[in-house]
Every structure is written in C-alpha cells, then in structure tokens.
Design a protein around this ligand. Structure first.
Ligand code: PLP
Length: 376
C-alpha cells in the first residue's frame, strides 16, 4: 500500500457533498445567506455562547476580537510563545505590541506563573494591556481555573484562541467559551473544515456586533455606501458555511476516531523509555493532534530521527511549533521564557492524527514506528 500519509488532512464525504450542492442550488452564492446564519447558530449552541460570527479564517476572527477590545498602537497584547504564528500576527495587524509568555511542559499551554510575571512587569511599566490571547494547543484547553483569575485581577480581557480545540472541554465546559471572545478555525487541517474559515463566539452582543460591522467592510446603514470606519472583507461564504454544517454534524464521530488513534500511540510508546505523549490523560481533549516528547538521554534517539525514518516511508510528521520568541520576525520582542517551549520544540514530534486514518493506514504508521524502535 502506498500514498503519503498526512498529519491531519480534511475528512469529507457524501454528507458534505450533499450540503454544498444544496447550498449551491439555493442560489445563495455570497458571503451571507441562510447557511451562514444556521452555521453561526449551531456553533454558538455547540460551544455554549450566546452568539457567533462566521468569518473567512481563524486569523481574521482573532484580528476582529482584538480590534473590538481596543488593541492598537500604544497597547500591548500578551500572547503565548507556543502557538501558530497567526495568534501573534493578529496582535501586530492591530498595531499593538505582542509580548510572549512561556508554556507548561505537560501540554504546551500557557504557563500561569509566567503570565502572572508578565502582567506584573507590564503593570509596573504602566503599559496598557488590551488583551491576553490564550491558545488551546493541540486540542487541549488551557488551565482556565488558574488563568482567568490572574487576568481578572489584572483587569485584562481574555481572547481564547480555540482554533485547534473545537469540541474539547475543560471541567466539562466547551473550548472557545472561556474568554470575552473565542476564535475558531476551520482551516483544511483542523478537526472540522470549511476548507478555509473561522468563527468568533461571545456572550457579549455589543462586542460581536462591532466585529460583524468591521467584518462587513464597515458598511453604515444607508442606501448608498457609507463608511465611518476602516472595515474588512472577512465574512464566510454561504457555500462554505454549508460545508461547515455538514462537518459539525460529524464532529463527535471524528473526535472519537482521533481519540482511538491517540490511544494506539499511547499503547505503542507506553513501554518505550523517555517518551511521553503531550497532554497525556486529558479526557477533555478533542485529540486534534497527537505529539510525542522524546528525552534523548533516556530513549537513546531523537524525535527528529523518528521523523526522518517515517518520512522515508511516506509518512508525514512535524516538530511542534517553533516558539514565537525564537522566530526571526519577533526577534527582540519582550517575553517571559522558562525554557519549556524551547524544550518542546527540540523534543516534540507530531504524528499522523487525522480522522481519515483508517485501520490499514494506522497499521502502516504503527509498523513503521515499530521498525524504527526495533533497530534501536
Ligand atoms: C492556534 C492557532 N491560531 C490561529 C490559527 C489560524 O487559523 P486560520 O488558518 O483559520 O487563519 C491556527 C491555525 O491555522 C492555529 O493553529
């Protein structure tokens, strides 16, 4: 059996096809329409917020969230260093200064003590902090019982970047519902996809109305085109919303499949010294990506060596995200660094985790890993 095995490819089938065709035939081929409205209602219901706003990417959701909270020149936005670059870029788009906070070794999510230190530093320096961006990495929620009181004490609103975490829960509560606003992504590699798309969710109707206005070219209610603000063309197409609705119906099944895959890896590595799973034991994870962390002193091999071996067998892997404070584009930015994110970057490897990975393909991945381990 051949064909490259990818990390997290889209999982679409006949249900998606029927939803998209129906939307196409309805004539609503625009960045608005009944599918968009229904998708917004269904996502809000799923994550337990009062409202939702469908947009064309997770990045634009984050950008709008920060704008609505007043991020801009002269303000600071606190962001995780362990994240995908879009989290930090959203702050830069507004003109705010991003500053970075290290992560927890166990799951890659924001380290609460490091956040506290950063907020204290910023307060002493008399800075205006527009928001703390918290990302739920790899499909596991951050530690909100600890994080939220720290942000509340500093009087800073939280924006939850739940791009990777739709379907995940923390203490039984859905991801994306913890901040003043939450952002979701439906990019092609996410747990559900609209090929490209995102959603902003909130209980704050006024904030979300502001975001909706900005996302729709800031059109004032007038018969002609009237604009009092600089707006954006950020809305989601009705056709893609239909695709998203079909995917959302399958979310629980896709999460179950990803969990089975994670359990298979857990079993495989349970007897291998020096190897652990990131966020191991998180029952609320949506299991979007499964990553291992390899201590070469104990294992006798490096994560990158396994990656090279699997690549030769046409199996994709990837190091975990390179921390933002190490990215050339953010050189010199302020950061509270403990070394945890750098360690995960050096020792982490993300394995194929997608719900399209059937038993045969999973067997191929497991066989290739066993072959690598046998040679050690
Ligand atoms: C943590 C995180 N934030 C933001 C994004 C951006 O989402 P999008 O690709 O939909 O713009 C992604 C993924 O792409 C992500 O992983």
């Amino acid at each position: 059996m051949s064909g490259r095995i990818h990390l997290s490819p889209p999982d679409v089938g006949p249900l998606e096809e029927s939803y998209v065709i129906q939307a196409l035939r309805s004539g609503w081929v625009a960045p608005l329409g009944p599918e968009v409205e229904a998708f917004e209602r269904e996502i809000a219901e799923r994550v337990g917020t009062a409202q939702a706003l469908a947009v064309n990417s997770g990045t634009s959701a984050l950008h709008l969230a920060l704008l609505s909270l007043g991020a801009g020149p002269g303000t600071v936005v606190v962001a995780p260093t362990m994240t995908f670059v879009a989290t930090a870029n959203a702050a830069v788009y507004t003109g705010a200064e991003p500053v970075f906070v290290d992560c927890d070794q166990a799951n890659g999510n924001m380290d609460v003590a490091a956040l506290e230190e950063m907020l204290q530093r910023l307060s002493r320096a008399g800075e205006t902090v527009a928001a703390v961006l918290v990302a739920d990495m790899f499909g596991s929620c951050a530690d909100y019982d600890e994080l939220l009181p720290v942000c509340a004490a500093a009087g800073v609103p939280v924006v939850e970047d739940a791009a990777q975490a739709l379907g995940a829960t923390y203490q039984g509560r859905p991801a994306a519902s913890f901040g003043r606003l939450g952002a979701l992504s439906f990019n092609g590699n996410k747990i559900i996809t609209t090929s490209g798309g995102g959603m902003l969710v909130s209980d704050d109707a006024a904030l979300l109305a502001r975001c909706r206005h900005l996302a729709t070219q800031a059109r004032e209610p007038a018969p002609h085109y009237e604009h009092a603000d600089i707006g954006y063309n950020y809305r989601l197409s009705n056709l893609l919303a239909a695709l998203g609705r079909a995917q959302l119906r399958r979310l629980d099944g896709m999460m179950r499949r990803r969990r089975l895959i994670r359990e298979r890896y857990a079993k495989l590595f349970s007897t291998v010294p020096g190897v652990r799973l990131l966020a191991d034991g998180d029952e609320g994870s949506n299991c979007w990506l499964t990553s291992i962390v390899v201590d070469p002193e104990r294992s006798g091999w490096r994560a990158a060596e396994l990656g090279t071996h699997l690549d030769a067998q046409d199996i994709e892997t990837r190091p975990v995200w390179k921390p933002m404070h190490l990215q050339p584009v953010f050189a010199g930015r302020r950061a509270v660094v403990t070394g945890a994110a750098e360690n995960l970057f050096a020792q982490g490897l993300t394995l194929p985790s997608g719900s399209v990975l059937d038993d045969r393909r999973m067997g191929r991945v497991v066989g290739a890993i066993e072959e690598f381990l046998d040679r050690r």
